[in-house]
Design a protein around this ligand. Structure first.
Ligand SMILES: Cc1ncc(COP(=O)(O)O)c(C=O)c1O
Length: 420
């Protein structure tokens, strides 16, 4: 089967709303490489949108999945429970930031984790309001969309969204938004739109993913914690994209001297199997009544087996420090190219969560150049993802297991396409 024929069949059989970036079809994948149905090889700097910190088909994940396949694949945890779910919760509770007693519940997608974090926060506080941030992305479900701070393409045509959701600006030096501006805007929200005593939660990404890899400044995160403490609001860190070693720590919040009340996680948690989680302070997590949380597939045993293997591999292969080192290498390389690439406005990130933003000479966002870089890279066999509210940012999400030779090959292609 050839790519062109599959593309024709796809256009006839599936809706355009499921937008697809590549016009080739995957045949197989190994660690940081993908081969298409025509045998062309791609270096994967996208990792299934930040899912494959442990690479494609890590042998330990494959073995764990095979073992679980031989035992059982589904019982519905809420009907017949299994030990692995409890073990994974225990391991996440141990590793999540903070010292107080923690509990964890599992779900399937990142959006579902976000939905449930809001449910838990509302149940725990008895309040309706939620504050999120411009440029934030929290998923494609109704509440996920309501919280997301980017209209096109995520929210167009899909409203009305759940009420009592408010947006405040996220700090961004390039866009001239300081932490002080963000703090004033939040206080203004409390004056103009909602009484802080009616706010259940503030949800934020420690590093905005889809929004352009904007790193939350430490004083901003401290300010959020202080506002939450003052008004009895719960702080939710959405670590769906930042978690499991991407930022040079297991969780991005380890970079901050602030502990969130709830953390959402998904993506690299289970290395390609659909699994998400909400972890938080035990008394907050216990607010919903029995039966209020869960789902038919929530905490699927195959996905849980994969997640236990991910935690083992991150540790045994020292992938977290390796990620930090790879990120540094990439940042140094990108910065060295800056004099030759006038469109390069900023290189930023945390650990291996690195991005480069492109702007025109007049300072306006340059999505055309960004697309050109992405397309040229793809022609040369390097898979890159864009992001940012204006689509003018390239983000790098290579597996942390990527061999040096493949990483270097990817960086050579990147240099060529940036400087051509
Ligand atoms: C920070 C963040 N939250 C939530 C989501 C939604 O996750 P999912 O696509 O698994 O529903 C994403 C996905 O990109 C994300 O980056």
């Amino acid at each position: 089967m050839k790519n062109a024929e599959l593309l024709r069949r796809k256009d006839a059989a599936t809706p355009r709303g499921v937008g697809v970036m590549c016009n080739f079809y995957a045949e197989r994948a190994e660690n940081a490489e993908i081969w298409d149905v025509e045998g062309k090889r791609y270096i994967d700097f996208a990792a299934g949108i930040a899912v494959l910190n442990t690479g494609h088909r890590h042998p330990k994940l494959v073995a764990a999945l095979q073992q679980q396949l031989e035992r059982f694949t589904h019982t519905a945890y809420q009907i017949v429970p299994y030990a692995s779910y409890v073990e994974l919760a225990e391991r996440i509770n141990q590793r999540a930031p903070g010292r107080s007693a923690r509990k964890t519940a599992f779900f399937t997608t990142g959006a579902e984790a976000v939905e449930n974090a809001i449910k838990i926060a509302r149940a725990a506080t008895g309040r309706p309001g939620v504050i999120a941030f411009s440029g934030g992305f929290h998923g494609r479900t109704m509440m996920g969309m309501a919280l997301t701070g980017k209209v096109a393409p995520y929210k167009v045509g899909f409203g009305p969204f759940p009420g009592e959701v408010y947006h405040a600006p996220f700090p961004s030096p390039l866009q001239g938004v300081t932490v002080e501006d963000a703090s004033k805007a939040l206080q203004h929200l409390f004056k103009a739109d909602i009484d802080p005593r009616r706010v259940a939660a503030i949800i934020f990404e420690p590093v905005q993913g889809e929004g352009g890899f904007n790193v939350a400044p430490p004083e901003f995160v401290r300010m959020l914690r202080a506002v939450c403490d003052e008004h009895g609001i719960l702080l939710i860190a959405d670590e769906v994209q930042t978690g499991f070693g991407r930022t040079g720590k297991l969780f991005a919040m380890e970079h901050y001297d602030v502990v969130p009340d709830l953390t959402t996680m998904a993506k690299s948690l289970a290395g390609g199997m659909p699994l998400s989680a909400v972890c938080g302070r035990a008394e907050v997590m216990d607010a919903p009544a029995p039966g209020g949380l869960g789902g038919t597939y929530a905490g699927n045993p195959l996905a849980v087996a994969a997640a236990l293997a991910v935690l083992d591999v991150l540790e045994s292969e020292q992938l977290i420090p390796r990620g930090a080192e790879l990120g540094e290498r990439l940042v140094t390389r990108l910065k060295s190219l800056r004099p030759r690439v006038p469109q390069m406005a900023e290189v930023r990130g945390l650990g291996a969560m690195v991005a480069v933003e492109f702007r025109r000479a007049d300072g306006s966002p340059d999505p055309e150049f960004t697309r050109e870089v992405q397309n040229r890279a793809l022609e040369r066999g390097l898979l890159l993802l864009s992001c940012g509210v204006y689509g003018n940012v390239i983000r790098f999400l290579f597996p942390l297991t990527i061999p040096d030779a493949v990483m270097n090959e990817g960086l050579e292609i990147l240099e060529d396409v940036l400087t051509r």
